[in-house]
Design a protein around this ligand. Structure first.
Ligand code: FAD
Length: 318
């Protein structure tokens, strides 16, 4: 079932969803199930599975040549989605990126997930990998998520790149896209970001999931701005609990979001990470309760492989 249908079925009640990362290469599917199992009691109608490009660096060798060394690999988004749909009675939402994909490879990815009866896809540009200073698309790939959305929408209309497939059944994907209440790091301002968000929607996006935020006012103002700009599709808030001291530096640096003064103060008072975890959980509970009261269609939790934190939050909210 499509995410937008799940929203309609919720009849205004806030529902629970979360996303998981594929495990690092070498681990097996049971590490994924171990994260999902404790969260199933909160009845997520769908689970997102992120996609990650291979991270590599170039080392200069003594002979002056460059050696490519893979530093991180998280394969298996499509396979994990199939396993989730097979094991649990929930929809899987694979993420797909512009980065690392040619248009032909994108089409193959979409044909694969359509074949597996996956009804949803989250269309993203992706970030620059460690070896790049800024995002570089593949030679025959997409530069922006709006173009990726167009390709998915074309397939929904039966327009395949592969001419052999012209008479094949059209796909019927529900397309989600990302948005940033505190603006995307490369955007000059929020207005420009919303301008391009509208392009993703006119190209076929049906719902939005936001970047994490720690101050609900940022989300409420963003939703208001979007509505004033004529954006009517659902805007699902994204929430991540802080869980270690290091997050005070890593989260603003990595995700380009602000941490409220009051949250920073509470974390700084903590003697160890188990106390930080409690502070993070309590903060997310308060955020979530306010979002539920404001009628958010879903709350989307960034689990980052830590389902026990999300379980503690969901137990108080759903
Ligand atoms: P875009 O919508 O393409 O926007 C990127 C930037 O370009 C913005 O500044 C925008 O304003 C600007 N822009 C957009 N269109 C145009 C245009 N036509 N012309 C000029 N400028 C334009 N990353 C992963 O690697 N894997 C994941 O699984 C993943 N999941 C995510 C899930 C969510 C909910 C979110 C919020 C982010 C996720 N990311 C993921 C991170 C995401 O890939 C990065 O934030 C990336 O930098 C931007 O992706 P986007 O789809 O928002 O890009």
């Amino acid at each position: 079932m499509k995410v937008t249908e799940h929203i309609q079925n919720g009849k205004g009640k806030t529902q629970f969803s979360f996303e998981i990362l594929p495990p690092l290469k070498g681990e097996n599917i049971h590490s994924i199930f171990k994260n999902i199992d404790p969260l199933m009691e909160f009845k997520p109608p769908y689970i997102n599975v992120t996609y990650h490009r291979e991270e590599y660096v170039y080392n200069e060798m003594p002979n002056g040549l460059l050696e490519k060394r893979v530093v991180r690999k998280r394969p298996g988004t499509v396979g994990i989605c199939a396993a989730i749909q097979n094991k649990y009675d929930v929809d899987a939402v694979p993420h797909i990126l512009c980065g690392g994909f040619t248009k032909e490879e994108t089409e193959d990815f979409l044909i694969d997930i359509g074949f597996l009866e996956i009804d949803n896809v989250m269309a993203l540009r992706g970030d620059a990998v460690k070896s790049e200073t800024y995002f570089k698309p593949e030679k025959k790939g997409h530069s922006y998520a709006c173009d990726l959305v167009s390709q998915i929408n074309d397939l929904n209309k039966g327009r395949y790149l592969d001419k052999e497939l012209q008479n094949s059944t059209p796909t019927n994907f529900c397309i989600g896209v990302a948005a940033y209440p505190e603006k995307h790091m490369e955007s000059p301002n929020i207005e420009s970001d919303i301008h391009f968000l509208k392009k993703k929607i006119s190209n076929g996006a049906q719902y939005i999931v936001t970047q994490m935020f720690f101050d609900n006012e940022k989300y409420f103002k963003f939703v208001e701005k979007c509505r004033n700009e004529g954006i009517t599709i659902p805007i699902i808030p994204g929430i991540k609990p802080i869980s270690i001291h290091k997050h005070l530096n890593v989260v603003p640096h990595r995700f380009h979001v602000d941490l409220p003064e009051a949250l920073i103060k509470e974390v700084l008072k903590c003697k160890d990470n188990s106390q930080v975890r409690e502070v993070g959980i309590e903060w997310s509970i308060q955020q979530s309760k306010e979002l539920v009261a404001a009628g958010a269609p879903f709350i989307h939790y960034y689990s980052m492989g830590k389902s026990s934190n999300i379980k503690a939050i969901a137990s108080e909210v759903f």
